[in-house]
Write a protein that binds this ligand. Structure first.
Ligand code: G3H
Length: 296
């Protein structure tokens, strides 16, 4: 098992450290692990994600769920933060997503435009900001340029920066696909190199061979793959995302492997709220039973 770096060793200034401490040690299990509830799928995927549980269309329902499930934070876009977070401010940490896009155009040239600022996050009482960085696309130079502004503002205002590090584009597809070990490992390293405090990655599927990079074209057990991804992130804390709805056992395995690798936690959305209210909370309890075994 790999050990997570303590937040005192992350080289953070006071504002970032205080906010991360609030997220990791004053909410959720209060043991240095994190369970976040992401709710930006309405923008990223459209209303289809709510068909399985129509109650989830209502942002207030999701915020109540986050409070009842005692999550470490909720990740939402500015419109929902401004209109729905008010009743929950101070009770659930807010991670304000600063960029986002629809999935209507193809992802091949993906760039997620910035539509909110770190100042908005301060005004709304957020404890972190989120930025989606598409690693490997033909327009990553523009992505890096808009990211640079966010990173500098987050540094200036003491706001932890969580990077959704998503490999995308035809070059990534040619090298094994967005969830291949090559792509996820590279994305984690890129986020670390670019100054993210926390990186959110998809769980790597090492069986997706690259065929291009011989050094990655090997059989890597899932555990070895996520171990390597966490190592590549260095002193950037790692969160693993949930993805499309899967079986509970598969999700719990993913949670255990992430934490065994030295990950900090989980950011599971659809796998939580695409089921009925009580079932969601029961599943959250099972995830927390896993996280409880990995205190800092
Ligand atoms: O920010 C969006 C989330 O990554 C999506 O979360 P999910 O894949 O667990 O639904």
């Amino acid at each position: 098992m790999t050990t997570r770096p303590p937040i005192t060793q992350l080289g953070l200034d006071t504002g970032k450290k205080a906010r991360l401490h609030r997220i990791l040690f004053e909410h959720g299990l209060r043991n240095g692990t994190a369970l976040f509830l992401p709710y930006d799928q309405g923008l990223e995927h459209g209303p289809r994600d709510f068909f399985a549980n129509p109650a989830a269309t209502d942002p207030s329902y999701i915020m109540r769920l986050a409070r009842e499930g005692e999550f470490n934070g909720i990740a939402i876009q500015i419109g929902l933060a401004e209109k729905f977070y008010w009743d929950y401010a101070g009770e659930i940490p807010l991670i304000l997503k600063l960029n986002g896009k629809t999935d209507i155009p193809s992802d091949a040239e993906a760039l997620s435009p910035v539509h909110a600022t770190v100042e908005d996050a301060v005004r709304l009482g957020a404890d972190a900001v989120g930025y989606t960085l598409y690693v490997g696309t033909p327009v990553q130079d523009r992505d890096f340029a808009q990211y640079r502004v966010i990173r500098a503002d987050a540094q200036r205002l003491g706001m932890p920066l969580i990077v959704w590090a998503y490999p995308r584009g035809s070059a990534i597809e040619a090298k094994g696909g967005k969830d291949s070990f090559y792509a996820v490992d590279y994305a984690a390293r890129a986020a670390s190199e670019l100054g993210a405090d926390v990186v959110k990655v998809n769980f790597p599927h090492p069986e997706q061979r690259t065929g291009v990079k011989p050094e990655y074209d090997v059989d890597v057990a899932s555990q070895a793959a996520i171990d390597a991804v966490v190592r590549s992130a260095g002193r950037t804390l790692v969160l693993v995302s949930g993805g499309t709805r899967a079986g509970d056992d598969a999700m719990l395995d993913k949670a255990r492997q992430t934490m065994d690798a030295g990950g900090t936690g989980l950011i599971f959305g659809r796998n939580v709220w695409q089921r009925g209210h009580d079932e969601s909370l029961r599943f959250v309890d099972r995830l927390k039973d896993v996280l409880a075994k990995y205190p800092s």
